[in-house]
Design a protein around this ligand. Sequence first.
Ligand code: ASC
Length: 151
Amino acid sequence: MMKLQKFVLASITTVLTIGTGLAFAQFQKPEDAIKYRQSAFTVMANSFGKIGAAVKGEAPYNKDEVAKNAAIVATLSSLPWQAFGPGTEGGKAQADVWSDNAKFKAAADKMQLAVADLNKAAQSGDLDSIKKTFGAAGATCKGCHDDFKKK
Ligand code: ASC
């Protein structure tokens, strides 16, 4: 085999080995995955709730605070999903997460788009847009909970 081909093959093998290793190494036990996803949701809910207080007039609207919290929500919104892998059933997740995974993924994507919109509005500081996008984002949280979270 030519040197270059050998190098490319070796590189691909290395990347695949490391990638697969990480995928398995990330969560040693299902409980670790459950704790990870619940923790991500907990931190998101904390920031989302703070935005909610400002949106509902329960707390003064502070542009920087809302922008900071919206950025936290937007950043964390990509994290929980990797912790719903096969074999991690449990916690407050309904079995439908795994049995209807395409629908769950679609709901997850919808939420991530909605909180990205909220973040954009929050960075702009336009309270009307923040209110609108906050409502839309909250609806994606609730929709997914209705379908996939145990009461
Ligand atoms: C929150 C929170 C949720 C959503 C949802 C919106 O603050 O913790 O899960 O909003 O209640 O309907």
